[in-house]
Design a protein around this ligand. Structure first.
Ligand code: CAA
Length: 259
């Protein structure tokens, strides 16, 4: 991968979009690197949580690459949107939990990338926005859909129609991020959260992700039935046996083994 820095720390993977000359903007190459990153993560059973961030101090991702988009035809625009949407959807449905550590500008495709992650935390310097209508386009990597699902259609419409950016405190207020930290603490906090998640039973955590994501798309009766199936499936795991036996024996459970 040319534009993604990758590091594994125990069961946690940290990936940083790294295209400093364009504030980590997403061109076709970065989108292809994201696909390669996901191939590697899916193939590595040790990885239980993925943290996604931007390299440098200034930007998470400053959007899709405006230079690359500027001369696209209608058909090419649609294809570029599909290229981003396909990889973002893959990220969203990755079996393991994902945390976006937003360390600066998260605009357009950058805000959309953070929204394809399960959890967003950010630095005090973070700036979020969907500036697309100011450039003559719509959000193109899922922004119209994920922003309205996350913060409600009224606030999403205001942000998207106005193309106005918001700072970290406003992102927290509207529920776009879960927490705001000083810049120098962001990655440590992201890793702490990821490690906490990684210590819990991996099969159960992955089942929770499926239940929430897939359940949100279903009528309540079907969503509840999906939870029942996933709940039941946990009783076939060694981690469930160990977790409950340890509780009953009043001892700390052995580290979960993902079995
Ligand atoms: N695409 C391509 N290049 C970008 C970029 C982007 N989205 N964002 C920043 N860059 C480049 C700049 O062109 C500049 O390059 P040069 O040094 O070669 O001129 C470099 O990164 C540094 O940027 P600035 O000089 O502009 O830095 P700044 O501190 O003055 O401003 C900023 C920072 C406010 C983020 C500003 O760069 C900016 O507004 N960027 C564009 C943000 C944007 O509109 N994003 C949405 C894109 S559309 C989209 O994402 C569609 C979609 O949904 C798929």
């Amino acid at each position: 991968m040319t534009h993604i820095l990758f590091e594994k720390k125990g069961n946690v993977a940290v990936a940083a979009i790294d295209r400093p000359k364009a504030l980590n903007a997403l061109n076709s190459e970065v989108l292809e690197d994201l696909n390669t990153l996901l191939d590697g993560i899916e193939a590595d059973s040790e990885i239980r949580v993925l943290i996604l961030t931007g390299s440098g101090e200034k930007a998470f991702v400053a959007g899709a690459d405006i230079g690359e988009m500027s001369a696209l035809t209608k058909a090419e625009g649609e294809a570029f949107g599909k290229k981003g949407n396909d990889v973002f959807r893959r990220l969203e449905t990755l079996p393991i939990p994902t945390v976006a550590a937003v360390n600066g500008y998260a605009l357009g495709g950058g805000c959309e990338l953070s929204m394809a992650c399960d959890i967003r935390i950010c630095s005090e310097t973070a700036v979020f926005g969907q500036p697309e209508t100011g450039l003559g386009i719509t959000p193109g990597f899922g922004g119209t859909q994920r922003l309205s699902r996350l913060v409600g259609p009224g606030m999403a419409k205001q942000l998207i129609y106005s193309a106005k950016n918001i700072k970290a405190d406003e992102a927290l207020r509207i529920g776009l991020v879960n927490a705001v930290y000083p810049q120098e603490e962001l990655m440590a906090q992201a890793e702490k959260l990821a490690e906490t998640i990684a210590r819990n039973a991996p099969i159960a955590v992955r089942a929770c992700k499926r239940a929430i994501n897939e359940g949100l798309e279903l009528p309540m009766d079907e969503a509840i039935a999906l939870e029942e199936k996933l709940f039941g499936s946990c009783f076939e795991t060694e981690d469930q046996k160990e977790g409950m036996t340890a509780f009953l024996e009043k001892r700390r459970h052995e580290p979960y083994r993902d079995r």
